[in-house]
Ligand binder design. Structure first.
Ligand code: ADP
Ligand code: MG
Length: 580
């Protein structure tokens, strides 16, 4: 009997839906919320997920150490106001990455750490499974929010909620525990796609109340010696024009914290960058915009005018009154707060003493002359000291303002921060609130990948040691990053003498004769070894022009640089006293 030859499938034919894994769902979820870059280091159980992430058109930047991948994610977060994403394996990979995520939380940088994790039911029963660690609870105290995905169905929601948690309110680090069962779970593609969604209004900016705005404006306009302190929260908020209007329209001098440098030009007519002590002592009103009165500002005590009235603009209500009472807290989103303040100020008159700004300008001028003399004082001495080397670096960086400057070390940090003027916002990334070492190379990579801009990292030799191997990542991804190492052969410096009972090197001693340029050579970078300011000028000029991975090893004298740089006072006792 002839059968019908109809090609359309019978209604009752078996249907095999296409199937996908949790790893695929993770890649789709990241793409769906707009993630462009993932920084990480693969291994069990996330290797396949990384390939699938690349398959979604997301850049996967593979590192040599998770901590550096995390620093990159955090830096992208700070510079772009979108969360950077770090992906790691379980146990040690998770722990290495967590250092950077904790640092991001402390600094209010938005980032998401996603770590592969063992089956939580086995971890909970302490069965000794592969890389067993209760990562979820380990992460919790140092992150803003934490999620655990035990099923593939949880992944889209975890990613969307992590995104919102990272960027809304006070930004910070968020952790997602991505368990092996969730990653390996198989689902129908159609069902999985239905779970994906784009979270609405992720930033959820909230305006301050009018009473708070009125109070702040009343105090600011009646000040005799007003000043504005800019913090990295102001830089992060990307409200540059509103800040410029407030400062210029009302003629208010400003001084920046290190990562707020360039938000307003460091050498602008109202810049009081070098008059910090004068402002602390003589100002009567300081408006803090996205800065905290923490250790970096002597907790608002000591030198500060005891009659000072602080106005503080911050999204975090609990930041108010932390160390001193705040006369006018303005809690809310920076952009909305500034809009409300500017609206209220319209037509208002400032009561500032007309001699206040000219006095700060005169002090600035005087200090600039002294500072310039310091940069050139030992110009012909060999080997160079920090100031001579920085004297060569400064004019080149200032002539290329769109280069992002990454900076870490002790003396290298202090001296470069003080010497190099910035003129564009979000172009300086450094050790920040925790003053940590070991952020430089990762941050340089995150800055280059996250913004597409050129980067110069100025590193102390000790600081570079924490992350040096990831210079190879700069080379593998052909990033336009120049790393300058100021080598004085030690932590602080290389002139420390060991205690009598040992022939070992002193605890602060590293390698004054190390040729870091050879390390760059090993990975195919353009490299230089320089001993004079002229050689350094030539090397940096060529490096920037090349737009290629470059490494410049700068030979300094072993006795250049002070113990603990500018913050030696934080040591429990001076080094000499310990040695008796
Ligand atoms: P610095 O080290 O430069 O003084 P901090 O990191 O100590 O800066 O302070 C930054 C502050 O900015 C934090 O208290 C944070 O809550 C706040 N902040 C960050 N983003 C915003 C925003 N969009 N609106 C308002 N405040 C913000
Ligand atoms: Mg050193």
């Amino acid at each position: 009997m002839a059968t019908t030859n109809n090609t359309t499938p019978a209604a009752n034919a078996p249907h095999f839906p296409e199937q996908v894994t949790g790893m695929y769902i993770l890649a789709r979820a990241l793409e769906n919320v707009g993630i462009k870059n993932v920084y990480g280091l693969v291994g069990i159980p996330i290797t396949e997920a990384a390939y699938l992430i690349q398959g979604q058109g997301i850049r996967f930047v593979g590192f040599r150490h998770e901590q550096q991948a995390g620093m990159a994610a955090a830096t992208e977060g700070f510079l772009t106001r979108k969360p950077g994403v770090l992906m790691t394996v379980s146990s040690l990979g998770f722990m290495n990455g967590l250092t950077a995520t904790a640092n991001a939380t402390v600094n209010c940088y938005p980032m998401i750490q996603i770590s592969g994790a063992s089956d939580p039911t086995m971890v909970d029963m302490n069965m000794g499974t592969y890389e067993q660690l209760d990562q979820f609870n380990t992460a919790k105290p140092v992150v803003k929010a934490a999620f655990r995905c035990s099923k593939a169905e949880d992944i889209p929601s975890a990613v969307a909620r992590a995104y919102r948690a990272a960027v809304s309110g006070r930004p910070g680090g968020v952790y997602i525990d991505m368990t092996t069962p969730a990653l390996g779970q198989i689902m129908n593609r159609e069902d999985a796609e239905k779970l994906l969604y784009k979270p609405v209004d992720v930033y959820s900016p909230v305006a301050p109340n009018q009473e708070a705005v009125d109070r702040a404006v009343e105090i600011l306009t009646s000040a005799k010696h007003p000043a504005i302190l800019l913090g990295k929260g102001a830089a992060y908020a990307q409200v540059d024009d509103k800040i410029k209007t407030l400062i210029e329209k009302y003629n208010i001098p400003y001084f920046p914290m290190s990562m707020a440098k360039g938000l307003m030009p460091d050498d602008g007519p109202l810049s009081a960058l070098s008059c910090r002590s004068t402002i602390m002592e003589k100002a009567d009103v300081v408006m803090m915009i996205g800065a905290r009165l923490n250790w970096l500002l002597s907790f608002g005590k000591g030198k500060w005018n005891p009659a000072m009235k602080f106005i503080q603009l911050d999204v975090e209500p609990q930041e108010m009154d932390v160390n001193v009472p705040i006369a006018a807290p303005v809690v809310g989103d920076m952009g909305l707060a500034l809009d409300a303040i500017l609206a209220k100020m319209e037509g208002a008159k400032m009561s500032a003493d007309p001699a206040w700004v000219p006095a700060l300008q005169a002090e600035t001028k005087e200090k600039a002359v002294k500072f310039q003399a310091r940069l050139t004082a030992n110009k012909s001495a060999m080997p160079m000291d920090h100031w001579t080397a920085i004297g060569a670096i400064k004019p080149i960086l200032e002539a290329n303002p769109d280069i992002i400057l990454v900076n870490e070390g002790a003396n290298t940090l202090d001296d470069v921060r003080d010497a190099v003027n910035m003129s564009l916002p979000r172009h300086r990334v450094d050790c920040a609130t925790w003053a940590i070492m070991g952020m430089g190379i990762g941050s340089a990579i995150g800055a280059a990948v996250g913004t597409g801009k050129q980067v110069v990292a100025v590193e102390g030799d000790s600081a570079f040691g924490f992350s040096g191997m990831d210079f190879s990542t700069i080379c593998r991804f052909k990033l336009p990053v120049t790393v300058i190492i100021l080598n004085n052969g030690g932590i602080y410096n290389g002139a420390g003498e060991p205690m009598d009972k040992t022939t070992d090197p002193a605890p602060t001693t590293l390698d004054i004769n190390a040729r870091y340029d050879k390390l760059g050579e090993a990975f195919g970078a353009q490299t230089y070894y320089v001993q004079t300011p002229e050689e350094l000028t030539k090397a940096l000029t060529e490096s920037i022009a090349s737009k290629k991975p470059c490494l410049i090893d700068v030979q300094l004298a072993a006795d250049s640089g002070a113990e603990s740089g500018h913050i030696g006072y934080l040591n429990p006792a001076p080094l000499q006293e310990i040695k008796v």
